[in-house]
Design a protein around this ligand. Structure first.
Ligand SMILES: Nc1ncnc2c1ncn2[C@@H]1O[C@H](COP(=O)(O)OP(=O)(O)OP(=O)(O)O)[C@@H](O)[C@H]1O
Ligand SMILES: [Mg+2]
Ligand SMILES: [Zn+2]
Length: 336
């Protein structure tokens, strides 16, 4: 089992970076009267939507909740965890089988009372993928809420969910997860798995995963195959640069030595570092130290933005770098 699945949070309290949501849900679960009929969880990928939907399903049904968290031990929690009850249905709208028969298989059956849980729960993941026809059927169902049925919808793309559906749900906006929070979580997983990781490596993984907790855990999982989790292994395995390399590269640009720069570009490429990623990483780094030299960093940001814009369309990424940096240097000389 992948680390991301193994360490999928099972309680609201272990979800990181979404306290604004988990606190409300826990409070609702503690005073049972406040449970809504329909929930809509939306936000960027890998931030805990599917995880929260599953926890919510258990919390609603749990026979022994702790401050709104599911116990994960009672009959209701375990049958949901093991997928042994027909009262808990999880549909992935991104897959065809989930959508084709949504009416017959799901919505029509929602009319019957639950067989063994307190409430029937329907989790519709990637709900934005439903067809117009399926949305209409769903709308009809959630328009007439039943006390023993709850719909939990999740999506990365709320723009594609009809307003009529959104307005009938309690809506929660998942946030990108702070790098520090991700770092803490990675450290916790390392301790449990008895993996050794340097602080620099943890920081680098948290950074390149761009606020996505899933990617962070996944990257760490991949790199751990090489043994120690350190920056060198991350570079090797994930094709990303260490901060030192980025810093050196920026210094070279500042000194304006074209030959050394061009060699460095080839060198970075030959190390197997993805040059598209490298440009993104560099921009992220510049963002952190922007105030140190506003003029230089403004200009170099424009250069790197050009690189990012062009690099996808060219088979030879090194030449994009060289051209963009050459333009940048020339501009500099003309100005001086
Ligand atoms: N907020 C979080 N706290 C702790 N771990 C998280 C969190 N979000 C994601 N993860 C990790 O990432 C994995 C995937 O999370 P999840 O499936 O909930 O993401 P998602 O928001 O549904 O993503 P997608 O939009 O791609 O479906 C989890 O198993 C867990 O390891
Ligand atoms: Mg999901
Ligand atoms: Zn329980």
């Amino acid at each position: 089992m992948s680390l991301a699945n193994k360490y999928r949070p099972q309680t609201f309290d272990t979800i990181i970076g979404q306290d604004h949501i988990t606190e409300i849900l826990k409070a609702q679960m503690s005073t049972h009267k406040q449970i809504h009929h329909n929930y809509l969880l939306f936000g960027p990928r890998g931030t805990g939507k599917t995880t929260a939907a599953r926890i919510l399903a258990k919390a609603i049904n749990c026979l022994d909740p702790h401050e709104g968290n599911p116990c994960n031990k009672c009959f209701n929690c375990t049958t949901i965890n093991e997928g042994k009850t027909l009262d808990y249905v999880e549909i992935d709208a991104a897959s065809h089988t989930g959508v084709d028969n949504i009416r017959e298989e799901i919505l029509d059956k929602a009319a019957y009372p639950p067989a063994n849980l307190k409430k029937k729960i329907y989790v519709i993941d990637e709900v934005h993928m439903l067809s117009k026809w399926a949305f209409n059927a769903l709308l009809k169902t959630i328009e007439e809420p039943r006390d023993n049925v709850c719909f939990i919808l999740a999506t990365t793309d709320i723009q594609k969910v009809p307003e009529t559906i959104i307005s009938r749900c309690q809506v929660f906006n998942f946030k990108k997860i702070d790098k520090k929070e991700i770092g803490k979580r990675l450290k916790m997983i390392c301790e449990k798995e008895e993996l050794t990781a340097t602080d620099g490596a943890i920081e680098l993984i948290a950074k390149i995963s761009e606020w996505c907790a899933r990617d962070a855990v996944k990257y760490m999982d991949q790199v751990s195959v090489l043994g120690n989790i350190d920056e060198e292994h991350i570079t090797k395995f994930l094709g990303v640069a260490s901060e030192v390399l980025i810093k050196d590269f920026l210094t070279l640009i500042q000194t304006g030595d074209a030959k050394a720069l061009f060699e460095k570009i080839d060198d970075i490429h030959n190390q197997g570092i993805d040059l598209h990623n490298f440009a993104k990483q560099t921009l992220m780094y510049i963002d952190q130290i922007f105030l140190e030299d506003i003029e230089f960093f403004t200009k170099i940001s424009e250069t790197f933005t050009d690189i990012i814009g062009n690099i996808r369309y060219y088979p030879y990424p090194t030449i994009i770098y060289k051209v963009a940096i050459h333009k940048h240097l020339k501009w500099d000389t003309i100005k001086n």
